[in-house]
Design a binder for this molecule. Structure first.
Ligand SMILES: CC(C)(COP(=O)(O)OP(=O)(O)OC[C@H]1O[C@@H](n2cnc3c(N)ncnc32)[C@H](O)[C@@H]1OP(=O)(O)O)[C@@H](O)C(=O)NCCC(=O)NCCS
Length: 131
């Protein structure tokens, strides 16, 4: 898709804009809790956003130690522009910035094919505990 620009950091992002994108994508996140969204973004290692002019159309958010491990926390694209290459463009930036580490993520049931397309391998040896 033409005219998509990427920004790194929190430039232009507000909790309200982020929550709207999450709701529409959809991506299950605490969209009613402005303070939670602020904390999630302020403590992230890497935030990359995609813009169509002044319109926020995509977001990727990562925690990384810069050496060994990176975790893709969120990836979301506005539904009306999904399938236009924005997710791939956001991920290209994430992959470049996390080079040298092992990038892991939790997918939604619908998005597995996207990561497979990008060369990710499904892993079975993961564990989680909700705290
Ligand atoms: C998953 C998501 C981020 C993909 O972003 P996108 O901008 O629609 O994807 P792109 O257009 O960049 O697609 C890149 C490639 O992956 C393929 N692809 C995209 N979504 C796919 C899917 N669900 N299954 C299989 N392939 C998919 C595209 O066909 C494209 O292939 P190509 O390189 O051969 O053209 C987006 O659909 C989304 O926000 N979904 C809802 C939220 C979500 O599920 N987020 C991920 C949670 S981990």
């Amino acid at each position: 898709m033409e005219d998509i620009t990427l920004r790194e950091g929190l430039d232009g992002l507000t909790p309200a804009r982020i929550a709207t994108l999450y709701r529409r994508a959809p991506l299950l996140r605490p969209t009613g809790d402005r303070a939670a969204i602020e904390r999630m973004f302020e403590t992230s290692s890497l935030v990359v956003s995609a813009w169509l002019g002044d319109r926020l159309v995509g977001l990727a958010r990562v925690l990384t130690d810069g050496e060994q491990f990176s975790f893709l926390c969120d990836l979301a694209v506005e539904p009306d522009v999904q399938g236009g290459g924005i997710g791939k463009k956001l991920m290209a930036e994430v992959l470049a910035r996390c080079a040298g580490t092992e990038l892991v993520l939790r997918d939604s049931n619908l998005s597995g094919g996207f990561y497979e397309r990008l060369g990710f391998t499904r892993i079975e040896n993961g564990w989680m505990k909700r705290l």
